[in-house]
Design a protein around this ligand. Structure first.
Ligand code: PGA
Length: 241
């Protein structure tokens, strides 16, 4: 496991450098996390793309998860997030965006289909965040370490954490999501884990230095052979002690 602890102003640069170092040339398959932490990475990639330093327009973007019940055009959907914050700035065409179809009448079927698509494609580098409760994608505590893409219920804490994206209203946050499983995520060739802020300190320490166990889903990354962690000092502080 490679670890870089870096101050806020260098975080995006370190994350973008780490990503580009692991991403193969040509038409890479890039697993993208949504949420707050990776936004600055995507902004930095957009900046490099506009400046001609990088060209990811042939990439395929594979999302980790999607809320059940939100249409692709809903601005709160992760489909919209990937389109607006990642694909558009990088010039990735809509046909190269893969997000679980949360608005399908049968989300279980949508999850199974997504699992098959991701397995067939193979992700080169998976960008990931960590929840304050140790979740990885929407694999909440208790998720089997070998789980596949499926429909899951969101914990109260996750819905509270994500209410900031829904005007601060927890009741507006969907209760279910389709998420890649921990087993699905671990098939990626390489994982780039981003963690920032004091709210992540306990979860990060438990995930990286505690036992590998379902109650800390992100701990499954200890079993992955190629993980790069970019953390700020506040997220890393419990590791150092
Ligand atoms: P955040 O979410 O980047 O919005 O903090 C991370 C996560 O919940 O996985």
């Amino acid at each position: 496991m490679r670890v870089t602890v870096v101050d806020d102003e260098k975080f995006a640069i370190a994350a973008a450098d780490a990503l580009m170092a692991r991403l193969p040339a040509g038409a890479p398959r890039l697993g993208v996390a949504t949420g707050g932490t990776p936004m600055r990475l995507y902004a930095e990639l957009g900046r490099r793309s506009r400046g001609g330093e990088i060209d990811l327009s042939d990439a395929t973007l594979v999302a980790l998860d999607e809320y059940v019940g939100l249409d692709v055009d809903d601005r709160h959907s992760y489909a919209a997030y990937v389109r607006v914050r990642i694909a558009d700035p990088l010039g990735v065409p809509p046909a190269n965006i893969l997000v679980p179809q949360g608005s399908r009448e049968d989300p279980e079927a949508a999850a199974a289909e997504f699992e098959a698509v991701v397995a067939g494609l193979g992700v080169d580098v998976q960008i990931a965040g960590i929840g304050s409760n140790g979740h990885l994608a929407f694999n909440e505590p208790g998720s089997p370490l070998d789980s596949m893409t499926r429909v899951v219920g969101l914990s109260e804490q996750t819905r509270r954490d994500n209410a900031r994206f829904f005007g601060g209203r927890i009741e507006a946050v969907p209760r279910y999501a389709i998420t890649q499983g921990l087993g699905t995520i671990c098939r990626a060739r390489s994982v780039l884990l981003l963690a920032a802020g004091p709210a992540k300190a306990d979860a990060l320490a438990a995930a990286l230095s505690g036992p590998v166990a379902a109650d800390v889903p992100a701990s499954v990354l200890q079993r992955h052979p190629d993980v790069t962690v970019i953390a700020d000092p506040a997220a890393w502080c419990k590791m150092a002690s």
